[in-house]
Ligand binder design. Sequence first.
Ligand code: UD1
Ligand code: CA
Length: 463
Amino acid sequence: MTEKDDTKNKEAPFTAIILAAGKGTRMNSALPKVLHPVAGKPMISRVIASCKKAGINDIRVVVGHGAGLVKTVLEPEGVTFFEQKNQLGTADAVRSAQPETIEGNIIILNGDHPLIEPHDIEGFIRDFKEQKLDIGLVTTVLKEPGDFGRVVRNGGELYAIVEAKDASAEAKKIKEVNTGIYLTRAAILNLLLPEIKNENQKKEFYLTDIISLGIEERRKKIKTIPGARNVSMGVNNQLELAKATKLVFKAHMKKLMESGVMVIDPRNTYIEETVEIGPGTIVYPGSYLKGKTKIGKFCMIETNTFIVDTTIEDSVQIRAGSYLESSIIRAKCNIGPYARIRPDSELLEDVHIGNFVEVKKSKIGKGTKAAHLAYIGDAEIGEHTNIGCGTIFVNYLPNKSKHKTKVGDNCFIGSDVQLIAPLDVGSGATIGAGSVITKNVPANALAVTRAPQFIKENYKPKP
Ligand code: UD1
Ligand code: CA
């Protein structure tokens, strides 16, 4: 290698080639394997995100099975797609990514190894550059190496990779395995790739053969780079998918607990890593917190709550069995048990939404209460108003149009009232229990639509 090459090696950027054309037969699923979510995020998106965070901009994804769907899902991620028409093996997949158009360095990764972290990739790149390698093969040591390709050494030096299917009983005992991650100079890859043949059990073009081919060419510097266990964690079936999800939850939960969040039973609590929680908040078992959810300090999230894309400010109680979606809950609210907050709702400070109350696309003012069994949809409610038990905001008309109801401050809406939208109830108004309100109610007025009570004495003849 010349001095000039060394400089080039040090400064050249990395292009990532992510292999994702395989069928994933063992998933037994109609969804392409790499789109299966690990802790709420398609597994391949995790690999892409880690590449980006490690500073790789040119990311090439090799697609094949379910290519259309994979492309649609990954469209917003700014990667380039290359189609591998027939799945003839990992070397053929790399060939599909047109490495001949790449200058500089290449890192090859599998789309089904979702637990790789940015710092793993940064570490591999550092090792590769420091050792001035031609090929760096990322390996790890596993107690149970299973179906992984085995790393065969000769006098301690890397010699070849043997696929488990092609391995002798002796080679099968080797615990050091190929993680499927390779770092190489584009020039070297392009030199060796055409030489790979498909003379093996599966009649596939194995990328693993570049190791022995490169070693045959004596002057090539080919070494292993140690990788952590998470890097080798591939997902090939539903069991491994669940395992990967669990590991992501576990790692995030650890961070949360270190920052002062109380999690009563971490093994039975499910918090996606996009979710933020403030210190002093307590999360009970069975809760599933998802997406862009943000929870403040000193909140209580009781058992079996499902919360997605919702902002919850400080000192809020979400009681058992509640379901919240895409909403904003201001400080000191008290919700549930068994409440449902549907998208686009905003509950201002100190609102109380009790059991079996559903709120949809509504804004509810400070200190307002709906303590039991109500439906509040398309509403704007003022401060310190009381919504009685069984009240329905009737927002949906037979012609399928939806209308809004406005209720002012300090109102008293009695039990079992139906407010037929569009409707405006002024501040300070009182509505008698059981009323069906179809006309606007002025401020401070009383509205009742109940039929007067009728009494017939001695209605039941004496026996
Ligand atoms: C491969 C390696 C093995 C390594 C393991 C790590 C080979 C021959 N073997 O085995 O040494 O220990 O990964 O997980 O490389 N793919 C394509 N097109 C194809 C074939 C595969 O895109 O034609 C993709 C798959 O979608 C997958 C990746 O390449 O993302 C690996 O393929 P897979 O069939 O899972 O290889 P393994 O048998 O796991
Ligand atoms: Ca695999």
